[in-house]
Design a binder for this molecule. Sequence first.
Ligand code: ATP
Length: 221
Amino acid sequence: MKKVGILGGTFNPIHFGHLRAAEEIREELRLDKVIFIPSGIPPHRAASEIVSFAHRYEMVKLAIAHNSFFTISDIEGQRAGKSYTVDTLKLLKKEIEAKFYFIIGLDAFLEIDTWKSPKELFTLTHFVVMPRIGFKQEEILAPLRKIFSEEIKRKGDVFILPTGNCVYFCPIFSLNISATHIRRLLAEGKSIRYLVPKEVADYIYRKGLYRRGNGKEKDLS
Ligand code: ATP
């Protein structure tokens, strides 16, 4: 069965940190492909600071265009209302026959017990947790212990769950880039060169995204 990585995110905007992480994990776990899934209205984020789904989708598309292992899905943009990972994965399972590897930063993984139906989530996919600066690998266990009362077995960097699925800690060389920092630079009128692919930077400038004081971004037309 094919092995498919899934990288969900707000991608507000996508940057080299996301791209490099997906590439390293694809190589390390020998994934057949990685699907980037920009979120709709993310359940955990204030919608106001996030540019439209259409813009974020377009930027991801531009960023992955040159990597044949990378694809994009608009599955979360198609659904009205908030999108929850558990619902997205159930829909994807119907479309694609594959083993799923949900890629996530350690910072985000620490809150996984607050996501919708966390136990069910771990029946639908393996997880691949990436290190983030300031977080320790051992912290992976804390949210898992809140979800499962059973013992969680560990073999090196792999945590084996009672559902039979695994959480892989994948020690990639993480680039210290965040979308928050990129948005701040743009708001201050500073350069974002070498933080995002050129095609993404060109798109941001062309559409006037993330500029301070311009209120809403221009419509995607
Ligand atoms: P923000 O700064 O707006 O919170 P972000 O840069 O963290 O955004 P997201 O779209 O929230 O980007 O991230 C999507 C996924 O990619 C998350 O699992 C996050 O932990 C991970 N991620 C973000 N930046 C990096 C990076 N530099 N290296 C590795 N993983 C990253």
